[in-house]
Design a protein around this ligand. Structure first.
Ligand code: GDP
Ligand code: GDP
Length: 437
């Protein structure tokens, strides 16, 4: 089971700088002004051969004066519900503020391990000042400098210690793991209930780790599958569900532990930014995707034109990845919910498909010959051979070229599209690598 670490704290203490430091990215816009970091912050951190996910809660704060503190409070609450470890960042230059106190009050009540990070200790002399933070009642403050990186190695050691040993699921291989994800009220609980009914045909129940993450195996309607669920999907939180951050936090664990994500979109609302956030999580984790347009029973215009328009809008929003199945469902009337399962199952099977080298070359080389990569600086680029790599997470194809560095993105898209036209990888991301022959 993958683990999730959340970075919390008031604005301007250095959360996003720390996030960048730990994930090795420079993507976030670090700003001098409080609350202006608006990037959606989710990334992976690797330390001592272990990988875990990090979320910077600051990326979700909307800075409207009256609800600002309330929103931070809610985010911290969601973080305590969803994360396996919390990094509470405070500013060593400023000392304790009211908002720090409020956050600390919530964190003192949680069972999730909290690490208090006194940031901006750029200099050894800064360390004396950090003693003040004992006053927050969260134990020893760890002195770090997100800007210079000092102390962050020790911090990561501590994070791994708090996360505990890596847990492996004793699951049977080759049984698909489906996650049902989507914004609040899209119909996730209704769909799960429609799948499993009241009598819950549970074969095995594998308790997750310390948190409530669970894989539950079902053998229904001729499909044998795991539903990946955080208990939270069924349990309604005390936190306001319209918080964008909420649905993202709720989805991370389920997505990370799945093979195929069933993304529910509310037909009466169409695709919104929350749906896009979740879709991006699916992509970042290289999971397969099936989109379900749910509550189809509520839509009056079910003409082919309306259907086409719906499909087109969604594919355009998710471009360039647009090769995925879209099923129009109703969790309420159970319309096409078997079809949905069947589709997810097929996507899963295709995800493991192997194309023989002979077949791949036979199909692809003539296409490449007819449309070779454009020559650059007077040099011709030749691709003479290709193969699918064995034992990869998603289908990955390598094309051997004389000048691989000159094969650009558009041509890789061309190769990908041709593969998709010939073999059914609908719903699954594909890797295309160009290497020196
Ligand atoms: P956030 O709002 O909590 O995400 O804070 P940011 O990461 O945007 O940082 C706020 C400001 O503090 C920026 O000007 C950063 O450059 C600065 N900052 C962040 N970490 C450090 C640090 O370790 N030392 C110093 N001196 N400044 C830092
Ligand atoms: P969740 O927050 O994604 O788990 O959504 P719920 O399953 O709790 O559903 C939210 C609301 O939408 C509930 O009132 C459901 O009865 C309703 N709902 C869910 N699916 C459908 C559907 O397919 N058709 C209709 N008409 N209502 C639905």
């Amino acid at each position: 089971m993958s683990k999730l670490v959340a970075i919390v704290g008031r604005p301007n203490v250095g959360k996003s700088t720390l996030f960048n430091r730990l994930t090795g990215t420079r993507a976030a816009i670090v700003s001098e002004h409080a609350g202006t970091t608006r990037d959606r912050q989710y990334g992976k951190c690797e330390w001592c051969n272990r990988e875990f996910s990090i979320v910077d809660t600051g990326g979700w704060v909307v800075n409207s004066d009256d609800i600002f503190e309330e929103e931070i409070r809610k985010q911290v609450l969601v973080a305590t519900e969803e994360a396996d470890c919390i990094l509470f960042v405070v500013d060593n230059d400023n000392g304790i503020t009211d908002l720090d106190q409020q956050v600390a009050t919530i964190l003192r009540q949680t069972k999730v391990p909290v690490i208090l990070c006194a940031n901006k200790c750029d200099d050894n002399k800064d360390i004396y000042q950090s003693a003040e933070f004992y006053g927050l009642g969260l134990g020893t403050p760890y002195c770090i400098s997100a800007a210079t990186g000092s102390g962050t190695g020790d911090l990561l050691d501590l994070v791994l210690e708090k996360l505990g040993p890596e847990t492996r699921q004793e699951e049977e291989a080759r049984i698909p793991r489906f996650a049902i994800v989507g914004r609040p009220n899209a119909g996730k609980s209704s769909l799960i209930n429609a799948f499993i009914g009241e009598d819950r045909h549970i074969v095995t129940d594998i308790a997750g780790t310390t948190r409530d993450s669970i894989l539950t195996r079902y053998d229904k309607f001729g499909f044998d599958f795991y539903l990946v669920d955080t208990a939270g999907i069924r349990k309604k939180s005390k936190v306001n569900e319209d918080l964008e951050f909420y649905s993202v936090m709720r989805s991370i664990r389920a997505i990370e532990n799945s093979d195929v994500c069933i993304l529910l979109i509310d037909a009466t609302r169409g695709i919104e930014s929350q749906d896009m956030n979740i879709f991006q999580l699916v992509q970042r984790n290289q999971k397969s995707l099936v989109v379900a347009i749910n509550k189809w029973d509520l839509v009056e215009d079910k003409s082919q034109r309306a259907i086409d328009h719906f499909q087109q809008t969604i594919r355009e929003r998710m471009a360039p990845f647009d090769d995925f199945p879209i099923i129009f469902t109703s969790a309420l009337t159970k319309q096409r919910i078997y079809k949905l399962l069947e589709t997810a199952k097929n996507v899963y099977v295709q995800r493991q498909a192997r194309i023989t080298t002979a077949k791949l070359n036979e199909e692809m080389l003539p296409l490449i010959e007819a449309y070779p990569p454009p020559s650059i600086k007077g040099k011709y680029i030749k691709i003479k051979y290709c193969m699918q790599l064995p034992n990869t997470q998603i289908p990955s194809f390598v094309f051997y070229a004389n000048l691989p560095q000159y094969v650009k993105e558009p041509y890789k898209r061309f190769l990908e599209n041709k593969i998709r036209e010939r073999w059914n990888f609908s719903g699954t991301p594909i890797n295309i690598f160009i290497r020196q022959k």
